[in-house]
Design a protein around this ligand. Structure first.
Ligand SMILES: C[S@@+](CC[C@H](N)C(=O)[O-])C[C@H]1O[C@@H](n2cnc3c(N)ncnc32)[C@H](O)[C@@H]1O
Length: 227
């Protein structure tokens, strides 16, 4: 509890001001949220990319921090599921009205730090997310922090992470959410397979953001299943 209070003070300069306190959703624990926010607040005026806005819970928390320390958040979502998306994730895709809707309730100074964009992941020519993200990263990088919380399939994450990698700042940090889910068998395995790719690059600047402290046993279960 002491650690958590200390982190709250660190990550939101408003101290215990209610208006600045991080908000929660059922999928992202407060511990995870605080890790994301403390990484972001370790940069001066960072450029942050979030893949997977959904209704905007984490976007709002990031925006609140950025409204105090400077910087901007680019957050993306899709209007429909790409072919790569795991079936278990398809129901997460928000409709156009609810996507990013929490952001609109924030004060102007917070909204000003957030650039929310919604894309059609199924372009008629079938090219989908690749050209979208390619154009987007070229236009808006370099990124200091990237929060990968979009497509959790191996192919989807591999695509998104490869497109973003060249646009990471020198000391940039990548955070991966839902490396496994808190149930057995887990409905997605993309991020954990991706991180286990064994090319060594993950040793330096990646924080393996999993369900911190909520279900340590699931790591063992994943290993037992050879994932
Ligand atoms: C787990 S939710 C995101 C939760 C949100 N980051 C939060 O913390 O509140 C996953 C979201 O990713 C979106 N998504 C799926 N594939 C994506 C992609 N390739 N790029 C960006 N967003 C994607 C889905 O539509 C869904 O809204």
């Amino acid at each position: 509890m002491r650690i958590q209070n200390q982190m709250i003070k660190t990550v939101h300069p408003g101290g215990h001001n209610h208006e600045m306190a991080p908000i929660e959703n059922p999928w992202t624990s407060m511990e995870e949220m605080l890790i994301v926010l403390s990484v972001i607040s370790s940069f001066e005026s960072p450029t942050v990319l979030e893949l997977g806005t959904q209704i905007g819970t984490t976007s709002v928390n990031i925006g609140r921090v950025l409204s105090k320390i400077g910087g901007r958040l680019l957050t993306l979502d899709v209007t429909n599921a790409a072919d790569t998306m795991p079936t278990s994730q398809v129901t997460e895709v928000p409709d156009a009205q609810t996507a990013g809707s929490l952001i609109t309730y924030e004060p102007e100074r917070v909204q000003d730090c957030i650039d929310f964009q919604l894309f059609d992941a199924r372009l008629p020519d079938g090219s989908g997310m690749t050209p979208i993200l390619d154009t987007f990263t070229k236009a808006h990088g370099d990124f200091d922090v990237v929060f990968f919380d979009g497509d959790h399939s191996f192919d989807g994450l591999n695509r998104d992470a490869s497109l973003v990698a060249p646009y990471l700042s020198f000391d940039g940090v990548r955070l991966y959410h839902d490396v496994w889910w808190d149930c057995t068998p887990p409905p997605v395995d993309g991020p954990i397979r991706y991180l286990g790719g064994g090319n060594g690059e993950f040793a330096i600047n990646v924080i393996n953001l999993t369900h911190v402290g909520t279900d340590a046993g699931s790591v063992q279960r994943m290993r037992e299943r050879g994932l």
